[in-house]
Design a protein around this ligand. Structure first.
Ligand code: AMP
Length: 302
């Protein structure tokens, strides 16, 4: 089944204590779409400027991503820059330039309006809602968000939460949105705000999946070499929704598998800057790491 993904497409500048790179392919929709493309067809709804490199469009196409919903308009692409500390969990945003995003009005191509699976990757909740309203009969809608929207567009976010099936967010956002220190309490409270399922991502400590009568805790893959954590959360959510769209079935088993596939793709993402590692990722590599996850966390002793 097809998956519609909307979010940001960006040119990122990323600095870690060891390396610095400019004009990298980034944005929540880029990471999520490439991650989801390993599981089935993806339709991307986003905007870039005329400065957007052709090589990045070629990469999307190579992964079979449908670009009919990608607007290319006169002007500059959205730009973001960030800097990591030696503890790569700590990141500081250095600058954000909205550019073409300032006037973005996503209008879905006719062929996207009947798409059953939807992932609203991180952009403003108003834009997420604008896209969702155009989908005629969504079957399963997942959304991501960030601290900026929790702080500046809380009402729009609350409206969105009532319209989606699953919210994916990181631990600090879950705490900020619910004003809870316990992630367990935060997960339960988020369910009360609307979605049937909530996934709280804990970076290198794995993730928690909450449903009304359902809880699943997954570890993260124990990687030795992390080069750039940017986009790991978007890759997690992209692969999570991509797997569910392929399964076209929402039950406890498919949700558990989706979380593990999300963790697998995110673990590959951080091995290199931008989408470099995902660009060369193969199905056997995905399956191999999925198997390792299984044996690493298997527990069946009496
Ligand atoms: P993550 O590491 O999951 O937080 O995602 C990083 C990506 O989010 C980068 O590639 C940025 O281009 C993108 N990003 C940063 N700020 C925003 C924003 N305000 N809206 C949409 N995307 C953003």
């Amino acid at each position: 089944m097809s998956l519609l993904i909307t979010g940001s497409v960006a040119l990122d500048s990323v600095k870690t204590p060891l390396q610095e790179h400019h004009d990298l392919l980034g944005g929540s929709a880029s990471y999520a779409s490439l991650a989801a493309s390993f599981f089935g067809p993806v339709q991307m709804v986003a905007i870039v400027g005329t400065d957007f490199p052709e090589a990045y469009l070629t990469l999307y196409r190579k992964h079979g991503i449908d670009l009919d919903g990608l607007q290319i308009v006169e002007g500059k692409t959205f730009r973001w820059s960030g800097e990591y500390e030696w503890d790569l969990n700590k990141r500081r945003t250095l600058s954000v330039e909205l550019n073409v995003f300032e006037t973005f009005q996503p209008n879905l191509p006719e062929s996207y309006k009947l798409t059953p699976h939807v992932f609203l990757a991180n952009i403003s909740p108003q834009l997420q809602m604008h896209v969702l309203r155009q989908v005629a009969t969504p079957k399963f809608v997942v959304a991501d968000t960030m601290d900026l929207w929790i702080e500046t567009q809380r009402d729009a976010l609350a409206d969105l939460l009532r319209r989606i099936d699953c919210l994916v967010l990181n631990e600090s956002e879950a705490r900020e949105l619910t004003k809870q220190t316990s992630l367990i309490k935060a997960g339960r409270l988020l369910l009360k705000m609307g979605p049937k399922y909530v996934v709280i991502k804990k970076g290198e400590h794995g993730s928690l999946l909450f449903g009304d009568d359902f809880f699943f805790s997954a570890p993260a893959y124990p990687l030795e070499d992390i080069h750039d954590p940017t986009g790991a959360g978007d890759c997690f959510a992209g692969a999570f929704t991509g797997y569910l769209a392929r399964a076209d079935r929402i039950d406890h088993d498919s949700l558990r598998k989706a979380v593990i596939y999300g963790s697998v793709i995110a673990s590959y993402c951080v091995e290199d800057f931008s989408l470099t590692r995902l660009a060369s990722l193969t199905e056997p590599e995905i399956n191999e790491r999925y198997g390792r996850f299984k044996s690493m966390s298997h527990f069946d002793v009496g």
